[in-house]
Design a binder for this molecule. Structure first.
Ligand code: FUB
Length: 604
């Protein structure tokens, strides 16, 4: 029996509820709506490492345990976003347990992608030697799970904080170090290196002047982040100690010579460490860092945050300050496709956990807790709200509110006891008054104790302008209009790259298909996420299309055309269902389109 024992976070959780009340009381309503930093409120996070991949930002972090009085860190975490304000929690795909040789200290790392593989370089203490070393996790997709690529450290010299940069010529470099600064040239396999360990000279011209510490004459402390922009190589790092600020140096090449360029983010934020990560995304530049801004936060209970910034015309950095507003939203969130409950701009009181239906779910929900999804575009209006919920308790109510936890009430959904905390049931309720763009608050109410868990939610529009007539963009069951068929992928092998069997709908548990913003056509099957790739299939009209589970790194994109046909963005292959049994639950054969008789699809 799940007794709903809290694993971690009780102190943080209580403090956050208190802080949310305090913000409302002292700063007014809009302060709640606009407070998006720190990015994660459910746990303490540290050492941000962002990665832009396939249209999304993946954010890799460490995890400071509640109440830590040292850098007590046992796992790493992943989040992702395609709008820079709503972040999806992907849980912990790598921990100390991933590395059988590791003893402790899951500290600051970075993920890079090469050839469809994702390599996560992390510092951990090698149990055999008691020294800090650099391990490598590898996965075939950005959210893992990651496994130990080597079974031993890649490199070990007692120093920390790896960053990896792949230059335009394909040469990859691994940099790390505190108190020194090192690099090796990685081989193309990304898990071995050629040549010895190279030490970067820490000169004051290269890394600034530190005063009052004769052992460390330069500002360089730790946490290097190396990248190239406009032909210039940047090394951004934590400077001075302690407290740290963020500074940077530049060079004409990946190995130097480095020239000190100044401060990016001055010391601030009630954490004596800071740690940088810099990316460009959707035409904007973003600076990730950490501070101690959450309730109970401090030097060992840190939180990752982000600011948008613009480089100066000469490529130098502006000074960047920490804010509670964070980065602006790049695109509105679509409420008419499935959204994960753990896609969150701000939350109060809740936590997350792995879901039996795949991915994560929101849990530990109590009366008064809430989730904010920012910038939700309801267009001309929503009619219904579906939520996948589970409860082994009394259940409770989801109040759908706009622009604040006490904002306009547009719907009320009662969630019953479903027979288990992971026994999912889709609950629907009517919605009225939700049109245009708003921040959406899922406000949870009920009696004492934990109420229910939430896995995903989706609105349906009040008219058919969002789909249902071949528009194909509402999310839901995927129907071939002409054949009146819909598609299921029953539980089967879930490995990326395995051939998928597509079945006519069972009518009992028809699956929900979603277009991600990246254009992937995705369905959650049993406990796994599947999406469609068409590979090794003839693309001539009328040939059988062989459908494969996606490959993570190379997922194909599908276009939903104005006429309702679905075409593969790369091959042009489009999908027809023809010449097979039509009984519910029978396997269906997907064919490349027939030119004049292409079927239309819709998500109902
Ligand atoms: O999070 C543990 C250590 O603190 C990191 O490795 C350093 O960069 C500092 O942030």
């Amino acid at each position: 029996m799940d007794l709903r024992l809290k694993r971690v976070g009780a102190g943080l959780r209580r403090a956050l509820v208190f802080a949310a009340v305090l913000i409302v009381a002292t700063a007014g309503f809009s302060a709640v709506a606009k407070a998006d930093n720190p990015i994660v409120q459910t746990i303490y996070t540290a050492d941000p490492a962002p990665l832009v991949y396939d249209g999304r930002v993946y954010l890799y972090t460490g995890h400071d345990e509640d109440g830590s009085t040292w850098f007590d860190m046992r796992e790493w975490r992943v989040w992702s976003s395609d709008d820079m304000v709503n972040w999806t929690d992907h849980g912990s795909p790598m921990s100390l347990d991933t590395f059988s040789w590791a003893r402790q200290d899951a500290w600051a790392g970075q993920v890079v992608e090469r050839g469809g593989e994702f390599y996560w370089y992390v510092p951990v203490v090698n149990d055999a030697t008691g020294r800090m070393s650099i391990g490598v996790g590898v996965a075939d997709n950005p959210i893992g799970p990651f496994h130990d690529a080597l079974g031993h450290p890649l490199v070990e010299n007692g120093e920390i904080d790896p960053t990896v940069f792949i230059d335009d010529d394909g040469q990859a470099y691994l940099y790390w170090g505190n108190p020194n600064l090192w690099y090796v040239k990685l081989n193309a396999d990304m898990v071995s290196y050629s040549g010895g360990l190279n030490q970067i000279p820490l000169t004051t011209s290269g890394f600034g002047t530190r005063t009052g510490d004769s052992d460390r004459p330069t500002l360089y402390e730790e946490g290097p982040w190396v990248y190239k922009r406009g032909g210039l190589y940047y090394m951004v790092y934590a400077a001075e100690c302690c407290s740290e600020h963020i500074a940077y140096s530049t060079a004409p090449g990946p190995t130097g010579p480095w020239t000190y360029r100044g401060t990016i983010m001055p010391t601030q934020g009630s954490s004596f460490t800071n740690h940088p990560g810099v990316i460009d995304y959707k035409g904007n530049s973003y600076f990730f860092y950490h501070n101690g801004a959450l309730p109970g936060g401090g030097g060992f209970t840190r939180s990752v945050a982000v600011e948008q910034f613009e480089y100066n015309a000469d490529g130098t950095f502006p000074t960047i300050g920490m804010t509670t507003a964070g980065a602006p939203q790049t695109d509105p969130l679509d409420p008419y496709v499935r959204q994960e409950a753990e896609t969150i701009a701000w939350s109060s009181g809740i936590e997350t956990e792995p879901s039996s239906a795949g991915g994560m779910n929101v849990g530990w929900i109590e009366n008064g807790d809430y989730i904010k999804a920012e910038g939700v575009d309801f267009a001309s209006g929503a009619a219904t709200f579906d939520v996948s919920a589970a409860s082994d308790g009394a259940g409770g109510t989801i109040e759908l509110r706009l622009d604040g936890p006490s904002g306009a009430l547009v719907g009320t959904c009662d969630v019953p006891n479903t027979g288990g905390w992971q026994t999912w049931q889709t609950v629907s309720c009517p919605v009225s008054g939700a049109a245009g763009e708003h921040d959406l608050y899922l406000k949870f109410t009920g009696g004492d104790g934990y109420l229910f868990n939430a896995d995903w939610w989706r609105f349906d529009p009040s008219d058919d302008d969002g789909g249902g007539d071949g528009g194909g963009d509402t999310g839901g069951e995927l129907y071939a209009v002409g054949a009146a068929k819909c598609l299921d992928v029953p539980d089967q092998s879930t490995a990326n790259g395995t051939q998928m069997e597509i079945w006519d709908c069972s009518n009992e548990a028809n699956q929900q298909w979603t277009y991600t913003d990246a254009g992937e056509l995705t369905v959650y099957s049993g406990s796994s996420r599947k999406c469609l790739d068409a590979e090794g299939a003839g693309t001539a009209d009328g040939t059988a299309a062989i459908i494969w589970d996606c490959h993570g790194g190379t997922n194909q994109k599908w276009n939903v055309n104005a006429d309702g046909s679905i075409t593969n963005a790369d091959s042009g292959l489009c999908l027809d269902v023809e010449g097979y049994g039509t009984a519910n639950g029978s396997m269906v054969h997907l064919w490349s389109c027939h030119g004049g008789t292409n079927q239309q699809w819709e998500l109902r």
